[in-house]
Design a protein around this ligand. Sequence first.
Ligand SMILES: Nc1ncnc2c1ncn2[C@@H]1O[C@H](COP(=O)(O)OP(=O)(O)OP(=O)(O)O)[C@@H](O)[C@H]1O
Length: 693
Amino acid sequence: MKRFLIVGGGKGGTAFLKTLLQLDQVRVTGVIDVNEQAPAIHEAQKHGIPTGKDALPFVKENPDVILEVTGKAEVYRHLCHIKGQSTLVVSGEVANLIMQLLAEKERWFEAWKRRQRELDAIVNSTHDGMIAVNREGRITLFNRAAERLIGGRGEDVTGQDIKEVLPGSRLDRVMETGRPELNRSLELANGKKIVSNREPVTDRKGKVIGAVAVFRDITEVTALAQQVTDLKSMKSQLSAIIDSSDDAISVVDTEGLGVLINPAYTRLTGLSPADVIGKPADTDISEGESMHMKVLRTGKPVRGVPMKVGPARKDVLVNAAPITVEGELKGSVAIIHDMSEIKKLYRELERARRIIRTLEAKYTFDDIIGVSEGMKAALMEARQGARTRATVLLRGESGTGKELFAHAIHNASSRKYNQFVRVNCASIQESLLESELFGYEEGAFTGARQGGKKGFFEEASGGTIFLDEIGELSSSTQVKLLRVLQEKEITRVGGTKAIPVDVRVIAATNVDLERAIREKRFREDLYYRLNVLPIHIPPLRERKEDLYALSLHLVKKFNQEYGRNVTELRPDALKVLESYSWPGNVRELENVLGRAMIHMHVQEREIRERHLFPFKPVPGFTGSPAEEEPVSGGETLSEVVARTERNHILRVFREAEGNKTETARRLGISVRNLYYKLERYGIGSQRASSHDR
Ligand SMILES: Nc1ncnc2c1ncn2[C@@H]1O[C@H](COP(=O)(O)OP(=O)(O)OP(=O)(O)O)[C@@H](O)[C@H]1O
């Protein structure tokens, strides 16, 4: 509040008074004039302002400004003994001007104050901390951000020595050197990280009159920077994982537009990033609805969807899932697993399995012993035949080695790594044979397996099927077999679809097929289909020169089996063997030698005649006891019938020298029936297994 004393109440004084009365922060302490009727005196009295002598005490109170509006002021100055007061002498004309200037100053002052408040607001609202000190190092500014960062209150610390409030501020140092310190990072005692700029404040002449520090909290920024670094490294790790994945990966945004694919995706589909990124997913790899679009539509993952993709139409399995960030759907990711590799591996595995199984077709040509002309010819034909896929018909009596030949042909052919399936056509019930050979569809007959079943032909696909005892096939099976040989395709029982099969057929029989054709028991057309490469294996009695080598070969085999060390066959023993007719052929020889070795002393090395003695070869026997059973009392009728039947079959079987076809003929039953009965009564050597698998 400024106090004014107006001296002179004329026009000028009145003008001053009126102007001053309009101003804030101004108090007129009095108006003085010798003329008590002067207009300003009147005006002052109207406003209760002391005049004349009444004003004098206020003069003594030392008004801030005395406005002398006339020359008479000198008198009043003297009167009032006012000293050291600034006195302004103005004429009435300039009084107005001065008043205007005063008003201007007041406005400027107001503006300055407002500006000051604005600056205060700015200084206090900024996130940057600000501290200013004067020349003495006393704090003149300590804004709110500084309060927050450092602690303490601006009003408390203002005027205090900066060295006490903030010993590490270095503002004293800045004042000393007069040089700014910029972008300095430091950690405060409270753990906050800041970066600060400190600058000296100079007057117009460049003299340092203080210093100011502006500093910023970078704790969060540092943490954010760390997070960004972490995210970057995570991103590059993820990119490396995605790029090195063998599974194809694709990502789309919420609009279904491609965002990311990995190299495996390009390898699988042939689509480059340019084909996919930013393009709609509904034109992607799938034929129906895109898995991405399905995921975006339903918000749910899809799993294990089989598809064919890419130019190679590779089999794949697709998994797709929504990408959600804080509960919000952001897109979809699909992982496409190439199944062709697995399928390939599976095929390899199957192949390996087959090789293992094929080992069951374990004989090769090296296992077939034969020095006789007849055997040499058969072997040569078989070796040649092995190189082709021609159907082979092995002819020869029981036990001559037909199956051995079949194994050897398969193992010498290009099909050796695939399945060798042996089917004994006589030992499988006629009603089952068709479905066993050709398989059946689900529901083909009561008891048919769910999903149907592959037959032997399908099992042998890529390999060889050995149809033993082919002469025993029923006419309906003969027709079907003929079709397989002609069309190279099968139809499952109960099915309509023709399934192509790539199978090499080796058939064998000891039946006189030509006679069977004449008797209408065997189809002529099938005969010609089978008889592409007939191989005749002569009976042992016609190739006695093989006996010695064969015997040594078989003895070697038994040595291993029985843990013996027999190395020789004495001439006397060989002579006995040569004098025999071998109706059971090599199988019978095998039995005779096996039995002889069992009866030899462990240390004996040579087979002699006496070892074979008493040599009563039983044709067709493999060692199972098959003597006639004696009659005993107290049997039931069915036991008597069974015993009688067994004894009779055994007798005829011996008389026919173990020839099953002949036995069956003499008994008036089918060979199949004979097989059944031989097995039932434990007679003979036939194996019950229908195929080697
Ligand atoms: N030349 C041979 N060299 C070595 N062993 C042989 C020879 N011929 C046959 N064998 C052996 O004789 C036994 C009977 O042979 P295989 O089973 O092959 O005869 P098969 O003619 O198929 O008889 P079947 O018609 O009764 O089925 C087998 O143990 C076989 O190893």
